[in-house]
Design a binder for this molecule. Sequence first.
Ligand code: ZN
Ligand code: ZN
Length: 74
Amino acid sequence: MAEATLCKVCNKNEMAFNCNECGIPLCDICKKEVTLEEQTPGAKVKGDVTMSTLRPAKRKLKVCPKCMAEADFF
Ligand SMILES: [Zn+2]
Ligand SMILES: [Zn+2]
């Protein structure tokens, strides 16, 4: 049998992701999805790098509950 990597949080389910912070395997149930909105306040680099299509920079992080609790995302 092929060995399946188990989620390091619940140790029951097969892993689906790696934590974006610490890299441990996570299953779909245990993973926490964090959406970071990176808004550039006041557009400091005006005229330099301007995105033609106005899209707020969103980063999605998939992290484990531990990192979710420890990391200061917000
Ligand atoms: Zn799990
Ligand atoms: Zn983590």
